[in-house]
Design a protein. Structure first.
Length: 686
């Protein structure tokens, strides 16, 4: 098995090689490379597939008891300062490698159908490969510096992919918003890691934790300063994993193509934040204030995301706020010390959320057959309904994902979410109550989404609704002739219809899109069985750093069936209440949601406008920055430029005056000297 570990560095390098070669081809031989569409895609997918096979081999080796393997080399040195790079393979690394490679591989297969007619098909594959490589490099990083390098590469890749359709203003704005929000968090992370290095002299995770604990215990470092360093480091995951208040970029990231939405929300960018908290756990666990901040940030974010998702009509944005909420669960779990529960939910969520996003892409692809290339119409659930009979595979997979995220047993989300809620109750009943309430809202908005999309009558041909949506969003009704936008189809398909539509009903997506959905449905149903409380194989594999397997087994042996049934009953009960309300409103229509919205208009608008957080950010930071810039410009114009101009004016006047004294006549110069001497004599006499 040792040679296997010696070549583990190939896992991030293979997709990087694919991105580099295809990217070089696009730069140097643009037309030829763009024409090799299928060849480029097969090349990139094959390289990632190889990395996936190697990841599974490493995972199986770790399951069978292979010890942690680390390979290091000296990267930079200056005096006593030495910086090492390399890779490490432990239980957490092996698990994350499998999650990232499997989801990324299936997303790439799906992309072949979804982006088949997009002009940027090859470029998109190059970006996907770079994104996958960056996340895989982050996962195998053995120290904080290397994590930071790949952390920034993940950010750059997401910027490129969110703004893939860069000539759409909404996409260009979205990628800039993501970039700025993440820069705020990354700056905090940089300050925090430098502060910890200043205190401990190390970037190694275990060493940082041990030394920081010793410094605080001996009084060599104040607990306040150590806490500040911990909070600054936590700012990085706050931005990457879309926690309040830096969550605002994630819903806007839906402007990118749906495959990248699935990858960002499932296994790469947002997972990076939770992964970093896990890696930094040896540091955080000794800082109780930081752990409390992490727990409450996660709980509030979970609640925030759910309350906003309730009123969203865009299918992708509804799923985006769902991701924010689920990430809040993971972060809360980390904060209350439920290390394995948080990572367990990260794994289960990666599979069912990837499937849900790919299902939404399949829905959009089908809707575009009716409403054309307009994201406002193709993604709005008010124009959907009844899609189950047109898209049975997509419908079945979406239902499986919905049941999983709602925590209905025996689907995957039930086991991971229930474990988090149980740990939260032990730590603080208030945190449990927030998580429990959020679980009910999750069931409501997810089944609202399912019923609105797949049940009832199809509303896609309702011209009145279309016009209302276009007017409400100020979107022109005309559809561009070129293939452009989510699920871009062949422009020739639009040439044979006077109203820009070529069908009166949607259709199921091609097999390249439906096959990944069916594959992802399998872990969404059964992978949670690895973490059942009465036979928790997941926790025996992934457990808190510093614990031994013996301690874990002793803790698992204390399983109380009665307590589990009470907690699980509460969790399932609130979910069933949410499902029942959703069915009464959006399936049987016995309750009118519009009437309820009118009765609680302020609350409804508060949710619909996303707690007005975007408006606040726009007022404080966007417009505030512009006001500040204008004031600085005034200071520059009136004070700085004024001082420079005054100096120049005085110099000009003095020069103009003095030039009359420079006439070249010696007698005149002698007269000036005489007058000056006479003046000195007179004044000295006075």
């Amino acid at each position: 098995m040792e040679p296997l570990y010696q070549y583990a560095w190939l896992i991030p390098v293979l997709p990087l090689l694919g991105a580099t070669l295809v990217g070089f081809g696009l730069i140097s031989y643009s037309r030829a490379t763009s024409n090799l569409r299928q060849g480029s895609a097969i090349f990139i997918v094959s390289l990632l597939g190889t990395a996936m096979v190697l990841s599974f081999a490493l995972f199986w080796s770790q399951v069978n008891g292979h010890e942690t393997y680390t390979q290091m080399f000296e990267w930079a040195a200056a005096g006593d300062f030495k910086l090492s790079m390399g890779y490490t393979v432990d239980h957490l690394t092996a698990l994350m490698l499998v999650i990232v490679t499997t989801v990324a591989f299936l997303v790439m297969v799906y992309t072949n159908g979804y982006m088949a007619h997009d002009p940027g098909y090859v470029r998109f594959y190059a970006y996907l490969s770079l994104f996958s490589s960056s996340m895989l490099g982050l996962v195998v990083s053995p120290n904080l510096v290397q994590v930071y390098v790949f952390w920034e590469l993940v950010g750059v890749s997401s910027y490129l992919l969110i703004g893939f359709w860069y000539d759409r203003k909404a996409a260009a704005d979205a990628c800039q918003k993501a970039f700025v929000a993440n820069r705020v968090g990354d700056f905090g992370l940089l300050l925090g890691m430098l502060g910890i290095y200043w205190a401990t002299g190390s970037f190694e995770f275990e060493v940082m934790g041990i030394r920081l604990e010793q410094l605080v215990e001996t009084g060599a470092l104040s607990i306040g300063l150590a806490t500040l360093f911990g909070v600054l480091v936590f700012l990085g995951p706050v931005a990457k994993s879309a926690q309040f208040p830096l969550h605002v970029w994630l819903p806007d990231a839906m402007e990118g193509p749906t495959p990248i939405s699935a990858l960002i929300h499932a296994a790469t960018m947002v997972a990076a934040g939770v992964f970093l908290i896990a890696r930094m756990y040896p540091v955080f666990e000794h800082l109780p204030v930081v752990m409390d901040i992490i727990a409450w940030t996660g709980a509030f974010t979970a609640f925030l995301g759910a309350t906003i998702a309730i009123t969203q009509n865009d299918i992708k944005k509804g799923l985006a706020y769902s991701t924010i909420s689920q990430l809040g669960y993971m972060v809360m779990a980390m904060g209350v010390g439920a290390y394995s529960a948080g990572l367990f939910h990260l794994m289960t969520h990666a599979y069912f959320k990837a499937m849900l996003f790919l299902c939404s892409g399949s829905v959009i692809h089908g809707m575009e057959a009716v409403v054309g290339h307009n994201p406002v119409l193709a993604q709005d659930m008010r124009l959907m309904g009844g899609l189950r009979k047109y898209m049975p595979i997509t419908s079945a997979c979406f239902l499986i994902g919905t049941l999983a995220i709602c925590g209905i047993p025996p689907f995957a989300g039930f086991w991971s979410k229930d474990e988090i809620l149980g740990s939260a109750f032990t730590a603080n009943p208030a945190l449990w109550f927030i998580g429990w309430t959020t679980a009910g809202m999750t069931a409501f908005y997810m089944f609202r989404m399912y019923f609105s999309t797949f049940e009832g009558e199809f509303r896609g041909n309702d011209k009145e609704i279309q016009e209302q949506l276009l007017v409400a969003t100020s979107t022109p009704a005309t559809i561009p002739a070129m293939a452009f936008g989510p699920g871009a189809m062949d422009p020739k398909e639009l040439e044979h219809s006077h109203d820009h539509h070529h069908s009166h009903s949607p259709h199921e997506s091609p097999v390249s899109m439906t096959l990944p959905l069916m594959v992802l449905a399998i872990p969404s149903m059964i992978i949670g069985l690895l973490g059942t409380p009465f036979a928790n194989y997941f926790e025996q594999f992934i457990y808190t750093p510093g614990e031994s397997l013996t301690e874990v087994l002793e803790e698992l042996a204390k399983f109380d069936l009665t307590e589990f049934l009470i907690m699980a009953g509460n969790s399932v009960g609130i979910a069933l209440i949410g499902i029942t309300l959703a069915s009464l409103m959006y399936l049987s229509r016995k309750i009118d949601p519009d009437a309820i919205a009118q009765k609680i208009k302020p609350l409804y608008n508060f949710s619909l406008n996303k707690w007005y957080l975007d408006n606040i950010n726009d007022f404080l930071f966007v417009k505030g920055s512009r006001r500040l810039a204008r004031q600085v410009l005034e200071v520059d114009y009136k004070v700085v430029d004024g001082a420079v101009n005054l100096t120049g004016f005085i110099t000009l006047l003095s020069g103009e005056g003095l030039k009359y004294l420079e006439n070249g006549r010696a007698q005149f110069y002698a007269l000036i000297v005489f007058v000056a001497v006479l003046g000195f004599v007179v004044f000295s006499g006075i």
